[in-house]
Design a protein around this ligand. Structure first.
Ligand code: 13P
Length: 251
């Protein structure tokens, strides 16, 4: 089974010229990593040019966000069909940085359904902002999952990818412990199987927060995940190359 790696560039790099350079470097490394399925999520404004100039099959593209409506008066937004038309096959839904800007669980639910209706793959991001010993974070993640998946038919659930991102661990150098991720993956799977039955076992779960070349392997071996969503390290071509090679060589 290939390891899925999503490179979430967020609002980087600052120029298209640099984006192209980063893409070329990433492409070179990716071609040497047959055990990895790589999805790049560049800023929407770079997506078309990067995807339309790419002739290979190794890399797929995601958009970092899209609007649930098909078209209309939504200044500044991009529709799911527009993203698909210029080369995206995946859509990140409910990233914590979008939730921090006001995206609700209900809005993520609409987006997940709309992405599936376009025959694309939603990567639903869930995760708590802080972790308290009371275990409240499980209620938060459970609610994020239930609301976002409320309108997903059983026949479609295996197409949804869940990215668990503990918001408190994003942007640094320390991941959550693989043991804690293991428990979280069980909780996520249990929640989905609780709604959908056995088919829920087929849902892929990714981990994303401060994934780097030093912690990726332990997380892959012990974290009970199918892959990763990588932020800042994915925009550093050398570090990202090392990270991909670690996965390629050690799995
Ligand atoms: P970092 O890898 O920078 O912690 O970001 C994680 C993330 O938000 C990926 O979507």
């Amino acid at each position: 089974m290939k390891t899925i790696v999503v490179a979430n560039w967020k609002m980087n790099p600052p120029t298209f010229r640099e984006a192209r350079k980063l893409f070329e470097a990433t492409k070179k490394t990716a071609e040497k990593c047959p055990k990895i399925s790589l999805i790049i999520a560049p800023p929407a404004i770079y997506l078309h040019a990067l995807a339309s100039n790419y002739r290979g099959k190794k890399i797929s593209f995601a958009t970092q966000n899209a609007h649930a409506e098909a078209n209309g008066a939504f200044t500044g937004e991009t529709s799911i069909a527009q993203a698909r038309d210029v080369g995206a096959e995946y859509v990140l839904v409910g990233h914590s940085e979008r939730r921090a800007m006001g995206e609700t669980n209900e809005a993520t639910g609409k987006k997940v359904s709309a992405v599936l209706a376009q025959k694309m793959t939603p990567i639903l991001c869930v995760g708590e902002t802080k972790r308290e010993s009371s275990g409240e974070y499980l209620d938060i993640v459970g609610e994020q999952l239930r609301t976002a998946l409320a309108d997903v038919a059983p026949a479609k659930i295996s197409k949804v990818i869940i990215a668990y991102e503990p918001v408190w661990a994003i942007g640094g150098e320390t991941t959550m412990s693989p043991r804690d991720m293991h428990s979280m993956a069980i909780f996520i799977r249990k929640t989905i199987v609780g709604i959908y039955g056995d088919i829920g076992h087929s849902v892929k779960i990714l981990y994303g927060a401060s994934v780097g070349e030093k912690n990726v392997l332990e997380m892959l071996r012990e974290g009970n995940v199918r892959g990763f969503i990588v932020g800042h390290v994915s925009t550093d071509p050398e570090r990202f190359a090392t990270l991909l090679k670690v996965i390629q060589n050690e799995t």
